[in-house]
Every structure is written in structure tokens, then in C-alpha cells.
Design a binder for this molecule. Structure first.
Ligand SMILES: Cc1cc2nc3c(=O)[nH]c(=O)nc-3n(C[C@H](O)[C@H](O)[C@H](O)COP(=O)(O)O)c2cc1C
Length: 174
């Protein structure tokens, strides 16, 4: 009840980095494996596609969250935070998550089904992040306003990957 009461969007972030353990917990809460026997996750996914990848834009590099290993794998050794959205706070906030659908996993649903389900699946992950942030006193906002073409290029995405939403996380600006 408490985290639901505190869940909110905020657009004012400190540039202070998150402790590594907090980042680790954040990603597990977002879409980690909570049932190792089946490999299922903290968020539901249509047809258990598990098609949403979480890219993590940090000051030092862009990473992808590898849920099975619970590790970050480096994708681009550059600070691409400024490209994750048009709003001024994104370039200074310590963490920008980018939710990317792997469309190679959604073939069975056709284009309309894939559009619907990838958006829905992203929403559950985003809400997990909102609730984790509420529990930790962190600020967050999910964002749709993104130059997807430019960002996809910087992230070196394949043709069959689609950016759905981004989400900024950090300590609130004091
Ligand atoms: C799909 C989606 C896209 C959004 N895109 C943006 C965005 O680009 N920039 C932003 O500042 N907020 C964005 N928001 C946050 C909403 O503005 C916010 O959730 C709404 O104003 C309600 O405020 P609350 O989250 O504090 O309840 C988005 C929310 C959703 C669900």
C-alpha cells in the first residue's frame, strides 16, 4: 500500500550515481528471473515471449541487462544518455533505461499483435521500476518522447529491434 501511495513521475534528478547494489536490485525488480526453475520473470509477458530487453545507459557506457546471468553486458562504450530523450534532465540523470522489443520473438502474433503485446509487456516492467523506485526513495519517469531513429542508431540496434519506451531513474534533486 505504501509504494502504491508513493508511486509518481518525477522530472528532477540529481546526477549522483546509484550504488551498484541499488542498480542491481532495480534491474532484478524490473524484469529479473524470479523463478529459476522455469526462467520466468518479475513481469508477465505475452505468450512468455520475454521479448523486452532492458538497455541501460550509464555515464560510462550503454549496457544490456542479461537476466539469466543477472549481469550487464557492454554494448557501446559511449555516453548516449542525451540521445535517450528530448527532455533536458535525461543527459545528467545517472540511469536511463531503454525498453527494446526483440521482434524476432514475436513472429507468431503478426504485426498488430506484436505492437499491442510489446507495448503491454513494457508497461508491466515500467511499473515494476516505478514501484521499486517508490520503495527506495528514487525519482523516475517513463518516457515515450524519443527520437527513436537516432537512438536506435546510437544503440546499434538491428532492424528487428524496436524501441518502445525509456525510463529515467536517479536520486531526487535536493
Ligand atoms: C506511455 C507513456 C509515455 C510517457 N511519456 C512521457 C514523456 O515522454 N515524458 C514525460 O515527462 N513523461 C511521460 N510520461 C509520464 C506521464 O506524463 C505521467 O505518468 C502522467 O503525467 C501521470 O503522472 P504520474 O506518473 O505522476 O501519475 C509517460 C507516461 C506513459 C504511461
Amino acid at each position: 500500500m505504501e509504494v502504491l501511495k508513493d508511486r509518481a513521475s518525477s522530472r528532477s534528478f540529481s546526477s549522483e550515481k546509484l550504488p551498484l547494489q541499488t542498480l542491481s536490485n532495480l534491474l532484478w525488480a524490473a524484469f529479473g528471473i524470479n523463478r529459476p526453475d522455469s526462467g520466468k520473470r518479475t513481469a508477465p509477458s505475452a505468450l512468455n515471449w520475454q521479448e523486452i530487453d532492458i538497455y541501460v545507459a550509464l555515464p560510462e557506457a550503454l549496457y544490456i541487462y542479461a537476466a539469466r546471468e543477472h549481469e550487464l553486458t557492454q554494448i557501446v562504450k559511449e555516453d548516449i544518455r542525451a540521445l535517450t530523450g528530448g527532455q533536458p534532465f535525461v543527459k545528467d540523470a545517472p540511469v536511463n533505461l531503454v525498453y527494446v522489443a526483440d521482434l524476432s520473438k514475436t513472429d507468431s502474433a503478426g504485426k498488430q499483435g506484436a505492437d499491442l503485446y510489446t507495448a503491454a509487456d513494457t508497461g508491466f516492467i515500467s511499473q515494476n521500476v516505478y514501484l521499486f523506485c517508490a520503495s527506495e526513495g528514487l525519482a523516475t519517469v517513463v518516457r515515450g518522447s524519443i527520437d527513436r531513429e537516432k537512438l536506435a542508431k546510437a544503440m546499434k540496434l538491428r532492424q528487428d529491434q524496436q524501441i518502445i519506451l525509456a525510463q529515467t531513474v536517479g536520486f531526487p534533486q535536493k
